[in-house]
Design a protein around this ligand. Structure first.
Ligand SMILES: CC(C)(COP(=O)(O)OP(=O)(O)OC[C@H]1O[C@@H](n2cnc3c(N)ncnc32)[C@H](O)[C@@H]1OP(=O)(O)O)[C@@H](O)C(=O)NCCC(=O)NCCS
Length: 185
Protein backbone atom coordinates (compact mmCIF):
# COMPACT_ATOMS: atom_id res chain seq x y z
CA UNK A 1 0.00 0.00 0.00
CA UNK A 2 1.46 3.37 -1.03
CA UNK A 3 0.93 6.63 0.88
CA UNK A 4 -0.71 8.00 -2.27
CA UNK A 5 -3.46 5.37 -1.98
CA UNK A 6 -4.53 6.84 1.36
CA UNK A 7 -6.97 9.71 1.25
CA UNK A 8 -7.31 11.91 4.35
CA UNK A 9 -10.03 14.48 4.87
CA UNK A 10 -11.87 16.34 7.61
CA UNK A 11 -14.99 14.57 8.77
CA UNK A 12 -18.59 15.66 8.31
CA UNK A 13 -21.65 14.87 10.42
CA UNK A 14 -22.50 12.09 7.96
CA UNK A 15 -19.24 10.27 8.82
CA UNK A 16 -20.32 9.56 12.39
CA UNK A 17 -21.00 5.82 11.90
CA UNK A 18 -17.67 5.33 10.10
CA UNK A 19 -15.84 7.09 12.93
CA UNK A 20 -17.53 4.90 15.56
CA UNK A 21 -16.71 1.75 13.59
CA UNK A 22 -13.02 2.69 13.24
CA UNK A 23 -12.70 3.56 16.94
CA UNK A 24 -14.40 0.33 18.09
CA UNK A 25 -12.43 -1.92 15.75
CA UNK A 26 -9.06 -0.28 16.51
CA UNK A 27 -9.37 -0.59 20.27
CA UNK A 28 -11.52 -3.71 20.42
CA UNK A 29 -13.92 -2.11 22.91
CA UNK A 30 -16.11 0.99 22.92
CA UNK A 31 -14.53 3.32 25.51
CA UNK A 32 -12.71 5.47 22.91
CA UNK A 33 -15.71 5.42 20.57
CA UNK A 34 -17.86 6.83 23.39
CA UNK A 35 -15.21 9.42 24.25
CA UNK A 36 -15.03 10.44 20.60
CA UNK A 37 -18.82 10.75 20.35
CA UNK A 38 -18.87 12.89 23.50
CA UNK A 39 -16.00 15.10 22.31
CA UNK A 40 -17.60 15.66 18.89
CA UNK A 41 -20.58 17.32 20.59
CA UNK A 42 -18.66 19.03 23.42
CA UNK A 43 -18.70 22.84 23.04
CA UNK A 44 -15.63 23.20 25.29
CA UNK A 45 -13.65 21.00 22.84
CA UNK A 46 -14.01 23.44 19.93
CA UNK A 47 -12.34 24.14 17.59
CA UNK A 48 -11.75 20.44 16.97
CA UNK A 49 -9.91 18.76 14.13
CA UNK A 50 -11.37 15.38 13.17
CA UNK A 51 -9.78 13.48 10.26
CA UNK A 52 -10.63 10.17 8.63
CA UNK A 53 -8.21 8.16 6.47
CA UNK A 54 -9.65 6.12 3.60
CA UNK A 55 -8.24 3.32 1.45
CA UNK A 56 -10.35 2.43 -1.58
CA UNK A 57 -13.21 4.40 -0.03
CA UNK A 58 -13.08 2.35 3.17
CA UNK A 59 -12.58 4.29 6.41
CA UNK A 60 -9.46 2.81 8.02
CA UNK A 61 -8.23 5.40 10.52
CA UNK A 62 -9.42 8.34 12.59
CA UNK A 63 -7.67 11.05 14.58
CA UNK A 64 -9.18 13.67 16.81
CA UNK A 65 -7.65 16.85 18.19
CA UNK A 66 -9.65 18.90 20.70
CA UNK A 67 -9.02 22.19 22.36
CA UNK A 68 -7.25 22.49 25.71
CA UNK A 69 -6.74 25.60 27.78
CA UNK A 70 -4.03 26.97 30.06
CA UNK A 71 -5.06 27.23 33.73
CA UNK A 72 -8.70 28.11 32.99
CA UNK A 73 -11.28 27.79 30.22
CA UNK A 74 -11.00 31.13 28.52
CA UNK A 75 -11.86 31.36 24.82
CA UNK A 76 -9.64 34.42 24.39
CA UNK A 77 -6.51 32.35 25.00
CA UNK A 78 -4.17 31.21 22.21
CA UNK A 79 -5.30 27.91 20.64
CA UNK A 80 -3.86 24.75 22.20
CA UNK A 81 -4.87 21.18 21.35
CA UNK A 82 -4.63 17.62 22.53
CA UNK A 83 -4.50 14.51 20.34
CA UNK A 84 -6.96 11.85 21.54
CA UNK A 85 -7.81 9.32 20.33
CA UNK A 86 -5.86 7.95 17.35
CA UNK A 87 -7.29 4.77 15.91
CA UNK A 88 -6.31 2.57 12.97
CA UNK A 89 -8.33 -0.57 12.24
CA UNK A 90 -6.30 -3.77 12.93
CA UNK A 91 -5.71 -4.89 9.32
CA UNK A 92 -4.20 -1.49 8.48
CA UNK A 93 -2.01 -1.06 11.57
CA UNK A 94 1.78 -0.72 11.26
CA UNK A 95 1.56 0.48 7.66
CA UNK A 96 2.19 4.14 8.39
CA UNK A 97 -1.44 5.31 8.40
CA UNK A 98 -1.20 6.59 11.98
CA UNK A 99 1.83 8.64 11.03
CA UNK A 100 0.08 10.10 8.00
CA UNK A 101 -2.91 11.14 10.13
CA UNK A 102 -0.68 12.72 12.78
CA UNK A 103 1.34 14.68 10.19
CA UNK A 104 -1.76 15.82 8.30
CA UNK A 105 -3.32 16.87 11.60
CA UNK A 106 -0.29 18.84 12.76
CA UNK A 107 -0.09 20.70 9.43
CA UNK A 108 -3.77 21.64 9.62
CA UNK A 109 -3.48 22.76 13.23
CA UNK A 110 -0.57 25.01 12.24
CA UNK A 111 -2.76 26.53 9.53
CA UNK A 112 -5.50 27.40 12.02
CA UNK A 113 -2.93 28.92 14.36
CA UNK A 114 -2.74 26.33 17.12
CA UNK A 115 0.33 26.96 19.28
CA UNK A 116 0.92 23.62 20.99
CA UNK A 117 -0.31 20.03 20.88
CA UNK A 118 -0.29 17.59 23.78
CA UNK A 119 -0.75 13.82 23.77
CA UNK A 120 -0.86 11.08 26.39
CA UNK A 121 0.37 7.97 24.64
CA UNK A 122 3.14 5.58 23.69
CA UNK A 123 6.47 7.37 24.38
CA UNK A 124 8.26 5.40 21.66
CA UNK A 125 5.68 6.21 18.98
CA UNK A 126 4.75 9.90 19.17
CA UNK A 127 8.33 11.32 19.32
CA UNK A 128 8.68 10.14 15.68
CA UNK A 129 6.25 12.94 14.89
CA UNK A 130 7.84 15.69 16.93
CA UNK A 131 6.34 15.12 20.37
CA UNK A 132 8.68 15.64 23.32
CA UNK A 133 8.29 13.21 26.23
CA UNK A 134 7.65 14.48 29.77
CA UNK A 135 5.80 17.73 29.08
CA UNK A 136 5.73 18.24 32.84
CA UNK A 137 9.46 18.92 32.69
CA UNK A 138 8.62 21.94 30.53
CA UNK A 139 6.15 23.01 33.18
CA UNK A 140 2.96 21.86 31.45
CA UNK A 141 0.98 19.95 34.05
CA UNK A 142 -1.52 17.32 32.85
CA UNK A 143 -5.19 17.61 33.84
CA UNK A 144 -4.75 14.54 36.10
CA UNK A 145 -1.61 13.35 37.85
CA UNK A 146 0.66 11.26 35.62
CA UNK A 147 2.54 8.68 37.74
CA UNK A 148 6.30 9.22 37.82
CA UNK A 149 7.03 5.84 36.17
CA UNK A 150 5.02 6.79 33.05
CA UNK A 151 5.85 10.50 32.97
CA UNK A 152 7.27 10.18 29.43
CA UNK A 153 3.78 9.32 28.13
CA UNK A 154 2.66 12.93 28.68
CA UNK A 155 4.09 14.71 25.65
CA UNK A 156 3.99 18.09 23.97
CA UNK A 157 5.15 19.80 20.81
CA UNK A 158 5.17 23.42 19.81
CA UNK A 159 3.64 24.36 16.47
CA UNK A 160 4.99 27.89 16.75
CA UNK A 161 8.28 28.38 14.90
CA UNK A 162 9.46 30.48 17.85
CA UNK A 163 9.24 27.41 20.11
CA UNK A 164 7.58 27.14 23.50
CA UNK A 165 6.26 30.67 23.84
CA UNK A 166 3.26 29.78 25.99
CA UNK A 167 4.12 30.15 29.69
CA UNK A 168 3.99 27.00 31.79
CA UNK A 169 0.83 26.10 33.64
CA UNK A 170 -1.94 23.62 34.27
CA UNK A 171 -3.61 22.15 31.20
CA UNK A 172 -7.40 22.11 31.32
CA UNK A 173 -9.08 19.80 28.80
CA UNK A 174 -12.59 19.70 27.37
CA UNK A 175 -15.33 18.49 29.71
CA UNK A 176 -15.75 15.11 27.96
CA UNK A 177 -12.04 14.33 28.39
CA UNK A 178 -11.86 15.68 31.91
CA UNK A 179 -12.47 12.31 33.58
CA UNK A 180 -9.90 10.25 35.45
CA UNK A 181 -10.70 7.12 33.38
CA UNK A 182 -9.18 8.77 30.29
CA UNK A 183 -5.92 9.53 32.10
CA UNK A 184 -5.18 6.08 33.47
CA UNK A 185 -3.67 3.14 31.61
C1 LIG B 1 -1.08 2.80 17.85
C2 LIG B 1 -1.61 3.09 16.45
C3 LIG B 1 -2.42 4.36 16.44
C4 LIG B 1 -0.37 3.28 15.54
O1 LIG B 1 -0.80 3.53 14.21
P1 LIG B 1 -0.18 2.70 13.00
O2 LIG B 1 -0.71 3.22 11.74
O3 LIG B 1 -0.44 1.24 13.30
O4 LIG B 1 1.35 3.01 13.22
P2 LIG B 1 2.37 3.50 12.10
O5 LIG B 1 2.32 2.51 10.97
O6 LIG B 1 2.19 4.93 11.78
O7 LIG B 1 3.71 3.38 12.87
C5 LIG B 1 4.26 2.11 13.04
C6 LIG B 1 5.33 2.18 14.09
O8 LIG B 1 4.74 2.44 15.36
C7 LIG B 1 5.02 1.39 16.24
N1 LIG B 1 3.85 1.13 17.08
C8 LIG B 1 2.62 0.79 16.68
N2 LIG B 1 1.84 0.56 17.76
C9 LIG B 1 2.61 0.84 18.83
C10 LIG B 1 2.38 0.79 20.22
N3 LIG B 1 1.20 0.40 20.73
N4 LIG B 1 3.40 1.14 21.05
C11 LIG B 1 4.61 1.50 20.55
N5 LIG B 1 4.88 1.54 19.23
C12 LIG B 1 3.88 1.21 18.40
C13 LIG B 1 5.31 0.20 15.35
O9 LIG B 1 6.11 -0.75 16.02
C14 LIG B 1 6.05 0.86 14.20
O10 LIG B 1 7.38 1.14 14.52
P3 LIG B 1 8.52 1.09 13.38
O11 LIG B 1 8.14 2.14 12.36
O12 LIG B 1 9.78 1.41 14.12
O13 LIG B 1 8.46 -0.29 12.82
C15 LIG B 1 -2.46 1.92 15.88
O14 LIG B 1 -1.70 0.75 15.87
C16 LIG B 1 -3.75 1.70 16.66
O15 LIG B 1 -4.78 2.25 16.32
N6 LIG B 1 -3.70 0.85 17.70
C17 LIG B 1 -4.87 0.55 18.51
C18 LIG B 1 -5.40 1.75 19.23
C19 LIG B 1 -4.33 2.53 20.00
O16 LIG B 1 -3.56 1.96 20.76
N7 LIG B 1 -4.29 3.86 19.77
C20 LIG B 1 -3.30 4.74 20.32
C21 LIG B 1 -3.70 5.33 21.62
S1 LIG B 1 -2.37 6.35 22.23
Amino acid sequence: MKDTEIHIRETAVTDFQDIMKVEEQAFGYDKEAKLTADLLKDKTAKPILSLLAFHSQKAIGHILFTRVYMNEMDNNQPLLHILAPLAIIPEYQKKGVGGLLIQHGLETLKEIGSEMVFVLGHPTYYPKYGFIPDAMQKGYTAPFTIPEKVKNAWMVQSLNSAGFVIPAGQIVCADALNKLEHWQE
